[in-house]
Design a binder for this molecule. Structure first.
Ligand code: MTE
Ligand code: MO
Length: 379
């Protein structure tokens, strides 16, 4: 079913897996503009695409809320009940650029859970919906004092170790409470949320790994502890470097929530021959989550010995919740094989580890190291 939807609505993706469907954005479409067209926005699924009738649909609130309740889409979309908001948000899968870690050392899992993502598991859209904080306040009368986490349950199911689970994740309550940066969205770039992106309703959690932005959300629980669902408790863990197949234990990893600063060179492509007159043109993206934004992008023509800042006017606008696309011409004298790289600095002065081996982890998540490619320079 999901493959049929993809063929009809998103035939031009870089298809990674047919089922569960996973697809990456084409390089040219990644660089087309700050907003990624719905037709090309990456897709990450753990199971199938549920068929939901919007008119019959109800979002259920339970657990440690003061007043458990159900809301229809009509309730949620009624501006007299809940004020609406729009946010431009970059969603990045924590598996972005995983392929570099796989090439370095093998890691956890089979293809089914660990798609071999390149640089295209990231995209930016304008989401319209309501602030989850406001809905909890208005419809549920707030949360009980012992509530610390909010669990989002999706209508899709997937298999793990012979059991069947609904997709379920959680975020700390303070992430929702402290700012209106978690939304229940029904519109993506001015159009109804596409089926494969969560129709009729999804959560959009700014600054967090894509996994927390639950699609097809039909149930929200306030909890004292993080969700016990396997996606929250057993996946998206950042393991210590000593962890491998022989000794993996969930307790040796911490849960990845905020997305760190990262970047990618999109053009030129790796291993290309470039004929030039002293300068090589480059393009790419830079993003930082965790309440940070991209301040500066630097490129290196010599494997990271010298760095050139990309002039601010060659980056798209500075943005709290979204990436910045950039283009630059970097001076190159050398001929033959060269290594060019990019690194980004964010608003907390964080930057990226130098080598992919510094970022390697058994779960193959957050490949945040400086992105390096090799080019054959003909000057
Ligand atoms: N929500 C549900 N219900 N099921 C899923 O498999 N995948 C998550 C998240 N929300 C997922 C989900 C992951 S890992 C990512 S990266 C984002 O959705 C991707 O969102 P997109 O497919 O709209 O790009
Ligand atoms: Mo993801």
């Amino acid at each position: 079913h999901s493959w049929e939807i993809v063929q009809k609505e998103k035939p031009d993706m870089i298809h990674l897996l047919d089922f569960p469907y996973n697809g990456e954005t084409r390089r040219d479409k990644l660089m087309e503009g700050k907003i990624t067209d719905n037709k090309y926005h990456f897709i990450r699924n753990h199971g199938g695409v549920p068929e939901i009738d919007e008119d019959a649909f109800e979002l259920e609130f339970g657990g440690l809320v003061n007043k458990p309740c159900n809301l229809t889409m009509k309730d949620l979309k009624d501006p007299n009940k809940f004020p609406q908001m729009e946010l431009t948000v970059t969603l990045q899968c924590s598996g972005t650029r995983r392929i570099e870690q796989i090439k370095e050392y093998p890691g956890e899992g089979d293809e089914l859970i660990q798609a071999p993502w390149g640089e295209g598991a990231i995209g930016t859209a304008v989401y319209r919906g309501v602030s989850l904080k406001k809905v909890l306040k208005i419809a549920c009368g707030g949360l009980k004092p012992e509530a610390q986490h909010l669990e989002f349950i999706g209508a899709d199911t997937y298999f793990k170790k012979l059991n069947i689970f609904n997709y379920a994740v959680s975020v700390p309550w303070r992430k929702v409470r402290n700012a209106e940066e978690v939304i229940l969205a029904w519109e993506m770039n001015g159009k109804p949320l596409p089926k494969i992106h969560g129709y009729p309703l999804r959560v959009v959690v700014t600054g967090y790994i894509g996994a927390r932005s639950a699609k097809w959300v039909y149930k929200i629980n306030a909890l004292a502890e993080p969700s016990m669902g396997p996606v929250q408790s057993q996946e998206y863990l950042y393991y210590t470097p000593q962890i491998g197949k022989h000794n993996v234990k969930y307790s040796n990893g911490f849960s990845i929530q905020n997305m760190p600063v990262s970047s990618a060179i999109i053009f030129p492509l790796d291993k290309k021959v470039i004929v030039h007159a002293g300068k090589i043109a480059m393009q790419g993206w830079s993003y930082s989550g965790g309440g940070n934004w991209v301040e500066r992008v630097e490129v290196s023509p010599d494997g990271g010995h010298t760095w050139w800042a990309v002039p601010q006017e060659q980056l798209t606008q500075k943005h709290y919740h979204a990436w910045r696309l950039w283009q630059v011409e970097v001076p190159v004298e050398a001929e033959g094989w060269i290594e060019v790289c990019v690194r980004t600095w964010d608003s907390s002065n964080n930057t990226e580890p130098t080598f992919v081996r510094s970022a390697w982890n058994w779960g193959l998540h957050v490949t945040s190291s400086a992105h390096r490619i090799k080019l054959y320079s003909v000057n």
